[in-house]
Each structure stands twice: as C-alpha cells, then as structure tokens.
Design a protein around this ligand. Structure first.
Ligand code: IDP
Ligand code: MG
Length: 151
C-alpha cells in the first residue's frame, strides 16, 4: 500500500460560503482520513512561502491577498495515493474545466475563487504540511485507514 499524507486547504471563500462541511465530507466519503485540522488565518509570510512556486506569476499578489483575507481550514488528509486522489476530488484549477462531481466542478465558478488547495506531489505535500502543522498536531489514524482499504 502507498499511504500518503497531503495538505488540503478550505480557502477563505469556502469558509465564508459555509462549504467546509460539504468539502470535508467529500474526502471522508472516499475513505480518506483527517489526521490534523485547524481553522486559522494565514499571515503574509507563510502565504508567500506556501505559494512560493507562483512568486513570479502576475496573479501572485492577488493570491496571497486572498488566502490571507480571512480564516481558512487546513487539513492533513491520509489515504492510499492520497496526493493524486485528493486532487481528483478537488478537480481542475479552472472550475470551468473541472469535472462535475469534483469540488470545483460542483461548487466554484472562477479560478481566483476555487475554494480548495491540494498539494500537487508528495514532495509538495511534505513541504506544505510543515507550514501549517507541527508534528504534535497529528493524530494517528493508521488503524482506521487500514481497516477499510485493501489492494
Ligand atoms: P492548483 O490550486 O490547482 O494547484 P496552481 O496552478 O497551483 O493550481 O495555482 C494556485 C492557485 O492560484 C489556484 O488554485 C488559483 O486559485 C490561482 N491561480 C492559478 N492560476 C491563476 C490564474 O491564471 N489567474 C488567477 N488565479 C490563478
Ligand atoms: Mg498548486
């Protein structure tokens, strides 16, 4: 089994629109487990670190401004191939291209307000999780997970 841990953010638009429950449910129904979760407001420094790969893009300022504009919910989500599996649940970056049934395909309209972040690789997940969580923040969900997955 390839159990992975990834970072999911319910961005400030998701919190403001009252969609956190709907979003969390989609990961849980797939069988993934949440091993850490917090509601927090990100400061500019950590936002720039999180989105560092986009620092030269024209939308970087708006991205950092938006992600720091209100509370977000950060989660560590675990499961078999969770990095790619969670990206599938989230859908394409532009909601217009996101499949119906995905979070963005069902609930979002525009790329700048697309509700969720999900790490795009195992290396990104490891890097990003450290921005939001300390080791002590994680609960062990291994038992719950292994009970319900089998090759
Ligand atoms: P992702 O969230 O699907 O991984 P990325 O390419 O990593 O997409 O971009 C990070 C975030 O930056 C996106 O979720 C989106 O909110 C925003 N973004 C990406 N491309 C654009 C753009 O062309 N215009 C405005 N915002 C963008
Ligand atoms: Mg990305």
């Amino acid at each position: 089994m390839a159990i992975e841990r990834t970072l999911i953010l319910c961005k400030p638009d998701a919190v403001s629109r009252g969609l956190v429950g709907d979003i969390v449910t989609r990961f849980e129904r797939r069988g993934y487990v949440i091993s850490a979760m917090k509601l927090m407001q990100l400061d500019g420094e950590r936002a720039r670190e999180h989105y560092g790969e986009h620092k030269d893009k024209p939308f970087f300022g708006d991205l950092v401004g938006f992600i720091t504009s209100g509370p977000l919910v950060a989660m560590a989500v675990e499961g078999e191939n969770a990095v790619d599996g969670c990206r599938q649940i989230i859908g394409a970056t532009n909601p217009l291209s996101a499949a119906p049934g995905s979070i963005r395909g069902d609930l979002a309209q525009t790329i700048g307000r697309n509700l969720v972040h999900g790490s795009d690789s195992k290396a990104s997940a490891d890097r990003e999780l450290k921005i939001f969580f300390d080791d002590k923040d994680f609960a062990s969900r291994r038992h719950d997970l292994e009970r319900w997955i089998k090759d």
